[in-house]
Write a protein that binds this ligand. Structure first.
Ligand code: V47
Length: 376
């Protein structure tokens, strides 16, 4: 048998036996013209083993309290300098109004990320969490990435443990997976030389997991990285998950070049998006969920991704700025009916979840948290 066929056959055997794929297997799946059809079959087996025919979604909203940022990551179209015309900083009233709107529209989750403002102190970031939590205690606050936590440590000289403990006490419910980009220094040094490196990013998530906080993880692909950088990234996430089990969901983030320092890079194709989703599902054998984030994949590709390993579409997502500033053409919000139709058209069963993967039961009078979704 030619080498390509025999490698692929051995990967089929491993997936069927529930055996872990190696770094070399991952690189093989990215190169060597492995047909997308094979990747779909393989990733689908893992997806259905873990999550059956369910596809999860949630009702959520985003808030970016400021876009002013000390860092100048070349891939970011959202950030602004202190004196830019487009620079903004939300005050407490504006932040609370966003919380009220979220609760009134039935949201169970608010996703909070922003810039690292030159003038705002650590206490302000804790305060944002506290006022939202005090005013809207049922709204799950998924906020501040490892990059922010690393910045807070720089500002205060506190340990990661002390900072995360402060945030939990203020009402933080979990952490999003942003800021991971690509861990490998050959790439990270080109994208965002000064911000938290791989070691710090992973250390912060390890600390969060130890303190009982669940977190997500991401990978930003389709810019200057090569296949082996992506596989290295996935393997590093998998190793941390082996130790802690604290990651809930992995979200592959397709690069959007418009208005960024990499505007001449071609946006990843749908084929690359689906290949990356499938390979991520196969490599991250210890993470329960894969999110097809429709905002950045586009609705059609996100729907197709439900057959390439993804089991989650994220949410209704109101007020997203990071991708829209970088040229994403997706709508600003999807209704629950639209999300459910997308899932059903793909032949999957829609399930509303909360941030920590419990079922949500809705009635005319509101919503209740149901049982935990047991997947693996
Ligand atoms: O860290 C920034 C990425 C991330 C661009 O945890 C870009 O549930 C593409 O992490 N093109 C923030 N990507 C978003 C994020 C996220 C999104 C949805 C759900 C969750 C979750 C997390 O967005 C950044 C960076 O990797 N990003 N600029 C861009 N031009």
């Amino acid at each position: 048998m030619p080498a390509r066929e025999s490698n692929l056959a051995s990967i089929y055997d491993k997936v069927d036996a529930g055996e872990r794929l190696s770094f070399d297997d991952g690189c093989f799946l990215y190169g060597n013209d492995v047909p997308l059809g094979d990747l779909a079959v393989l990733a689908n087996r893992v997806r259905e083993r873990k999550n059956g025919n369910h596809t999860y979604y949630n009702i959520n909203t985003h808030i970016n309290p400021t876009n002013v940022c000390v860092y100048r990551c070349v891939f970011c179209a959202f950030r602004a300098d202190l004196r830019d015309d487009r620079a903004y900083l939300m005050d407490d009233d504006a932040i609370l109004a966003r919380g009220r709107e979220a609760v009134e529209s039935g949201c169970t989750e608010m996703h909070i990320v922003g810039g690292l403002h030159h003038k705002m102190r650590y206490e302000w970031y804790v305060h944002v969490v506290r006022i939202l939590h005090e005013a809207f205690p049922r709204l799950h606050l998924k906020g501040w990435t490892a990059v922010e936590i690393n910045w807070f440590a720089h500002l205060t000289k506190k340990t990661y443990e002390a900072i995360i403990t402060d945030l939990i006490e203020a009402g933080l419910g979990s952490m999003p997976g942003g800021g991971a980009e690509i861990f490998h220094p050959e790439v990270r040094d080109q994208l965002c030389e000064h911000k938290a490196d791989a070691g710090n990013w992973l250390d912060i998530h390890r600390t969060a997991h130890r303190l009982g906080l669940r977190t997500n993880c991401t990978m930003l692909y389709g810019h200057v990285e090569k296949d082996y950088h992506r596989i290295d990234h996935l393997v590093r996430l998998r190793e941390l998950q082996d130790d802690t089990g604290g990651f809930q969901t992995f979200i592959p983030l397709a690069f959007h070049p418009e208005n960024t320092g990499l505007a001449d890079v071609r946006k990843p194709s749908a084929a690359m998006d689906l290949r990356t989703m499938a390979i991520s599902r196969l490599m991250l054998d210890n993470i329960d969920h894969m999110k097809a984030y429709w905002i950045m994949l586009g609705i059609e590709t996100a729907q197709a991704a439900l057959h390439y390993g993804a089991d989650d579409l994220d949410g209704t997502v109101r007020h997203e700025l990071i991708y829209h500033d970088a040229g994403a053409q997706t709508p600003e919000v999807l209704s629950v009916e639209q999300l459910r139709r997308l899932i059903e058209e793909a032949g999957r069963d829609p399930v509303e979840r909360d941030t920590l993967y419990h079922r949500i039961d809705r009635s005319d009078t509101g919503w209740e948290t149901g049982e935990a979704i047991l997947s693996s």
